[in-house]
Design a protein around this ligand. Structure first.
Ligand code: HEM
Length: 400
């Protein structure tokens, strides 16, 4: 029997059989090692993401003590201060206020204007890879594109961009299940450095505004005192991290899946008009963010089980995306799949604000690879990162 065990490399390599077991066994499962309730079905995950009796945080309604939780140790405070003031970890009304401001930069129309820049950059990166005869799809392509795009949007000077990936990686360590003390220590250090860096950049933009999103947020801030200084720092860090982390992994997970399915890759090479459905199918087939949590703010019932206030749900996105109740033959990679209500960008009020941008980036990278690297092949078997929640590879060596 395939067991749900986020610390077992065999499970991380292929969690989908264990998800099938969970779905067959019931709608909700208490999981001792994290104290969470696992939710594996698409219908439940989808409904719970929209359920206002749940929250990404409880701190807008209760103290840690009132909610029956232990406050984090004071030495972790820099991480929590940074994290808890970003819109992803806020609930209304604060979430609504911040999201409204940021959303202006991410409407499909605004993002559409970035298309020529994103396509141009994807083309240049793939050409460089082709000239070199191959390389690592992760470091040569999947990382530099989304990092450059989000850094450009926020107006991060080119010389400073190398620090973004390491800061982001260390902070993201905290989003895995039961992070270690060492992970917390690294995340705290990265939070302090990243925050300091952004405070200085915000001060510089305040002196001399530009066309970038940081200058836009400052203008909104100064006009109506709509964002506190901390919210501005936290929002920038969230945008910089969320703005590349999942796109990087979606690219390498997706291309590895293609390389393991030569028939599907050949069909895509023969017909580039499949790119839009291929992007969606790859986001479903090997879900880049496997799990998101929600706090239970009022008692709820799932499939006859009462989950009390104070409990935590672990919504299994990877499982929802492989639920046969919604997807015909979910284990099959089908780049022509038309009816594809995958949940990889979430749902409800925290639905990914960057989804239109992510789609443009993934499609631009795919098209550039199809056009400029038609002989792309695997040069060596890639390795999975050990992380479960943020699902990716340590590299993807390819020859062209
Ligand atoms: C393939 C790429 C991406 C995936 C799979 C993805 C996935 C997600 C998911 C699942 C959530 C919601 C989590 C929850 O409900 O708890 C989310 C939120 C968010 N994402 Fe993305 N994302 C991607 C790319 C991006 C990009 C390019 C940006 C650009 C800025 C971005 C910015 C955000 C932000 C700011 C939020 C918080 C929204 C809120 O709380 O209202 N993401 N993303």
């Amino acid at each position: 029997m395939a067991a749900f065990d986020p610390w077992d490399p065999a499970f991380v390599a292929d969690p989908y059989p264990a998800y099938a077991e969970l779905r067959a066994r019931g709608r909700v499962h208490h999981y001792e090692p994290t104290g969470q309730w696992l939710v594996p079905h698409h219908a439940d995950v989808s409904a719970l993401l929209r359920d206002r009796r749940l929250g990404r945080t409880y701190l807008h309604r209760f103290t840690h003590e009132e909610f029956g939780r232990t406050p984090p140790p004071p030495e972790h405070e820099p991480f929590h201060t940074l994290n808890d003031h970003g819109m992803l970890d806020l609930e209304p009304p604060d979430h609504t206020r911040i999201r409204r401001l940021v959303a202006k930069a991410f409407t499909p129309r605004t993002v559409e204007r970035l298309v020529p820049y994103v396509r141009g950059l994807a083309g240049e990166l793939v050409s460089a890879l082709a000239e070199a005869g191959g390389g690592d799809l992760l470091t040569d392509l999947a990382e530099p594109l989304p990092v450059a795009v989000i850094a450009e949007m926020l107006g991060i000077p080119e010389a400073d961009r190398a620090a973004l990936r390491p800061w982001s990686a260390e902070i993201c360590g905290m989003y895995e299940l039961n992070p270690s003390e060492e992970t917390a220590r690294r995340a705290v250090r990265a939070s302090v450095e990243f925050s300091e860096y952004l405070r200085e950049l915000i001060a510089a933009r305040r002196e001399k505004p530009g066309e970038d999103l940081i200058s836009g947020l400052i203008a909104a801030h100064d006009a109506g005192d709509r964002l506190t200084e901390q919210e501005m720092v936290s929002t920038c860090v969230l945008l910089l991290n969320a703005g590349h982390e999942a796109t990087v992994n979606a690219t390498v997970n997706g291309w590895w899946a293609l390389l393991r399915h030569p028939g599907q890759l050949a069909a895509l090479r023969a017909d580039h008009s499949l790119v839009p459905t291929a992007v969606e199918e790859l986001l479903r087939y090997d879900t880049p963010l496997q799990l998101f949590e929600r706090w239970v703010l009022e008692d709820i019932e799932i499939g006859g089980t009462v989950i009390p206030r104070g409990a935590e749900l672990a919504l299994l996105f990877g499982s929802a995306n492989h639920d046969p109740a919604v997807f015909t033959d979910p284990g099959r990679l089908d780049l022509t799949r038309a009816d594809n209500p995958h949940i990889s960008f979430s749902a409800g009020i925290h639905y990914c604000i960057g989804a239109p941008l992510a789609r443009i980036e993934l499609a631009a990278l795919m098209t550039a690879l199809l056009e400029r690297a038609p002989a792309l092949a695997l040069a060596a078997e890639p390795e999975r990162r050990p992380n479960f929640v943020i699902r990716g590879l340590t590299g993807l060596p390819v020859s062209l």
